[in-house]
Design a protein around this ligand. Structure first.
Ligand code: NAD
Ligand code: NAG
Length: 421
């Protein structure tokens, strides 16, 4: 016979009936608590990676989508001959960049997890549009190392345009973990896959103007110090720039970071002010306009999506090759950071008056002091570096760009009230 350790006997002492009822009710209360006390809202589908990719048919779609229009070796390396992996392809910027690359003949494979940070049906609509132009969007998370490995096994990507991220400044106070998941862990996962790939692709990725944080010297220049982020979002983008330095230094990855300044336009992001102002003005709902100390106006260097896309293409086309192979650095590789802005900050109140004219509806305005929730008072880009190196030249002013946005908005949401809710 095996000797039982003494504690086994002690674990189940003889309970009297009242004691049993007492413990049973505690247990029942605990169960009820677990059922009704749901954990803080988590973005759905972020961790849903199973069964959204894989299989022979899936592989074929990836291959076809990645194929450049012309594969003639004499031209290899130039526009129309690239194979590009675009992360965040169902997102605002990602869908526009993917379409532009495909249109000029490059092969494009998208990757997106279609999370519900904002209405996923908008992401699905962008996906439909992409599929019409021949871009397949793989459904998966950038943290899925097996998926990334598989993609690089199937396709020798020449470039990765990494735009997948948890965007938005205010949401970081609600769900900080999603910023760490996508902007830090996800970025590392992308760099890991790229450094191990043979050949290593060149990487262009989205940083943000928010890295300038509380800086007061304008215009913001790439040479300025960026160590005063005002939000967790900004801090994760800044961290990304440092992580990029590491992967460039150790593994010879060619990496270009682009600091976008408040990008707007058709197919834009519903969580951004120009977008929800439009929605609320049309509904007759009051909008909140923030102002700085002493009634100073909050201003943004609004940049039209087509200008941003041209900047991204410029970065792709001037990116040098990564130097590593077999996961090892073979020489010094390119490491760049550029501002992509419009260099003409516009006060938010002016944005509202343009929208009022375009929508032909007067806004109900509530002016409030800006809460300390991560937003900064103004942004203003010095773009001389991108002009010189990327031939970047923004051409769309806010009035012109908003007109195109409003046109799209009215058409997209016309007669489709479910989409608007
Ligand atoms: N729009 C702007 O004004 C602006 C300004 C500065 C920087 N940026 C940066 O530009 C990039 C694109 O921004 P956007 O405005 O198109 O945002 P977006 O939210 O529309 O696009 C991002 C896409 O990435 C996807 N995604 C997020 N986390 C993911 C993950 N873990 N795995 C796979 N997919 C994931 C989302 O589903 C979304 O479709 C982001 O990196 C953002 O931080 C945007
Ligand atoms: C903009 O940045 C460049 C360097 O990239 C610098 O030479 C120039 O002086 C800056 N312009 C302004 C107005 O700060």
């Amino acid at each position: 016979m095996v000797d039982r350790p003494p504690y086994v006997h002690r674990r189940w002492p003889n309970y009297s009936a009242p004691k049993l009822i007492f413990w049973a009710s505690i247990f029942a209360a605990l169960i009820l608590f677990l059922i009704f006390h749901s954990p803080p809202p988590e973005i759905s589908s972020e961790r849903r990676t199973a069964a959204t990719w894989g299989g022979l048919n899936w592989e074929k779609r990836v291959q076809i989508s990645a194929r450049p229009r012309s594969n003639s070796p004499s031209h290899s390396g130039g526009a129309g001959h690239l194979s590009v992996l675009v992360t965040g392809a169902a997102g605002f910027v990602g869908s526009h960049v993917s379409t532009a690359l495909k249109r000029r003949g490059d092969g494009v494979v998208g990757l997106d997890n279609f999370n519900s940070y904002y209405d996923p049906s908008l992401k699905r609509s962008r996906q439909k549009l992409l599929e019409k132009s021949g871009v397949f969007v793989v459904e998966g998370d950038i943290n899925d190392a097996v998926l990334l490995h598989t993609l690089f096994d199937i396709v020798a990507f020449t470039h990765v345009v990494h735009l997948a991220a948890q965007a938005g400044v205010r949401y970081a106070m609600k769900n900080p973990g999603s910023y760490v998941h996508s902007n830090i862990a996800g970025l590392v996962s992308i760099f890991e896959a790229c450094k191990s790939a043979n050949p290593q692709p060149s990487i262009v990725w989205a940083s943000s103007s928010s890295v300038y944080g509380l800086n007061s010297k304008v215009p913001f220049s790439e040479k300025d110090q960026t160590d005063k982020p005002a939000s967790l979002y900004a801090a994760t983008k800044k961290a990304g720039e440092e992580i990029a330095h590491t992967y460039n230094h150790i593994y010879g990855l060619s990496i270009t970071g682009l600091r976008f300044f408040t990008v707007y336009g058709p197919w834009g992001r519903p969580d951004m002010a120009y977008f929800f102002f439009t929605k609320d003005i049309l509904k007759g709902k009051p909008i909140q306009i923030f102002e700085g100390p002493d009634h100073s106006s909050v201003a943004r260097d609004f940049t039209y999506i087509d200008d941003i896309v041209r900047g991204c293409l410029g970065a792709i086309d001037t990116a040098e090759k990564s130097t590593g192979s077999g996961g090892k650095k073979k020489g010094v590789a390119q490491l760049r950071v550029f501002n992509l802005g419009n260099t003409s900050p516009v006060p938010v109140i002016k944005l509202v008056s343009i929208l009022e004219k375009l929508l032909k509806v007067k806004a109900k305005k509530n002016v409030l002091p800006m809460p300390r929730n991560g937003d900064v008072l103004f942004t203003h880009a010095n773009i001389s570096s991108a002009k010189k190196e990327l031939h970047y030249k923004p051409t769309t002013d806010l009035q012109t760009g908003l007109k195109k946005f409003v046109h799209w908005y009215l058409e997209y949401y016309s007669g489709n009230s479910e989409k608007r809710s």
